[in-house]
Design a protein around this ligand. Structure first.
Ligand SMILES: *Cc1c(COP(=O)(O)O)cnc(C)c1O
Length: 366
């Protein structure tokens, strides 16, 4: 009997994407194998954490890497590192920031639900501009002695009130203020692993449990060596903000193997597979005549990754929400998304063997 069965739980079919609340992504066998092997021996965690970080940095072409227990933990640890830098006393004082610089600058339209993670390190946000607009001059005048970092949410970059990273980064560099980018779900394309650093970021945070297909509780901070060393110092088993965000030997092994596989994966081929899945689902659902069906990419900020072609379905006889809810009552449950009145199917987490089930279920529900 499997563990889910033992707990009386049903597994589900995921046409939604790499979403944490339904399990993120599935780890390839080689990743699970690496985790099992890591669990068979004792090892010094700091040494393993550093060695694996260096290995990943080399693989992806970044200066340095700190492995964390998720992108959100990566944001908290990055912030702690930017506040404390190489000062051990300051690191141990956090999240109490009495006497320390603790302000993080952020464009107003870059406030996202995940940014609470930065507050865990003791930071306070200094919002710049309005939701509808901000000027580089406003950013510059917000800088003070108290500024510890600039937070940039990659998903908010296309918004009207945003400023390109290329304009923010040099301004911050001039004042010695590190720029932290949240790019947790911006993969694929693979090139995004280093693109934000090339565009001027000092630290960039990714989820290990989304398209990288590593352990769910894994993440990466990539970037400048001195800051990554400060991040490492904040991480478990050391004392600091990261002590309550433990990263274990099995997870370190799993994310290391997952990054190896991720950088070697052929995303031209993977893209063709996803496109083909979406086309087949769209064609079959269109044939029912019970919905307007189109193929496309997400337009709303915050839905990542944008590069994967999805199916958008406008039901003729009921709301997309009603169809979505009906699909959740099936056995197995089918998870989809609703965006702007359309039901959305994302092929990213679907197996070839599940496509027929998705088609039949959606057609029936329509
Ligand atoms: C998923 C996500 C996170 C959190 O990542 P975890 O690895 O689950 O901690 C943070 N920011 C954004 C934009 C995300 O999409």
């Amino acid at each position: 009997m499997g563990i889910y069965e033992q707990l009386h739980l049903k597994t589900l079919v995921n046409a939604l994407g790499t979403v944490t609340r339904i399990g993120g992504s599935l780890m390839p066998m080689a990743v699970r194998q690496a985790m099992m092997e890591a669990g068979e021996h004792y090892v010094e965690i700091n040494t393993l954490h550093k060695a694996a970080g260096e290995h990943i940095a080399k693989l992806v072409g970044a200066e340095a890497c700190c492995i964390t227990c998720g992108a959100a933990a990566g944001l908290a640890i990055s912030t702690a590192a930017c506040i404390a830098r190489d000062n051990d006393a300051h690191r141990l004082q956090l999240p109490d920031t009495t006497g320390l610089r603790n302000e993080v600058l952020v464009l107003k339209c870059h406030r996202i639900l995940y940014d609470q993670a930065l507050l865990l390190a003791g930071a306070r946000f200094m919002e710049v501009g309005r939701t509808s607009g901000a000027l580089p001059a406003q950013v510059e005048s917000a800088i003070s002695e108290r500024t510890a970092a600039f937070f940039y949410a990659s998903e908010a970059e296309p918004m009207r009130g945003s400023i390109p990273l290329e304009e923010i980064a040099p301004l911050m560099k001039e004042h010695g203020i590190p720029v932290i980018v949240d790019a947790a779900a911006e993969l694929p394309p693979k090139a995004n692993l280093t693109r934000f650093l090339e565009r001027g970021a000092d630290l960039v945070v990714f989820s290990g449990g989304k398209e990288i297909r590593g352990p769910q509780s894994s993440g990466l901070i990539l970037g400048r060596r001195d800051l990554i060393e400060a991040c490492d110092a904040c991480c478990c088993p050391n004392y600091g903000v990261g002590r309550s965000m433990k990263i274990d030997k099995e997870t370190i092994a799993g994310i290391t193997k997952a990054v190896e596989l991720f950088v070697a994966r052929d995303y031209d081929e993977q893209g063709r597979i996803w496109t083909d899945m979406s086309r087949r689902m769209a064609a079959a659902i269109e044939r029912t005549g019970k919905a307007q069906v189109r193929l496309g990419h997400p337009q709303e900020p915050g839905i990542q990754p944008v590069g994967i072609l999805r199916v958008y379905i406008a039901p003729a006889h009921q709301t997309a929400r009603a169809v979505h809810d009906a699909l959740l009552t099936l056995d197995p449950q089918l998870y989809t998304d609703v965006q702007g009145g359309e039901l959305v199917l994302n092929p990213q987490c679907l197996a070839e063997s599940e496509i027929d089930y998705v088609i039949t279920s959606v057609c029936d529900a329509l």
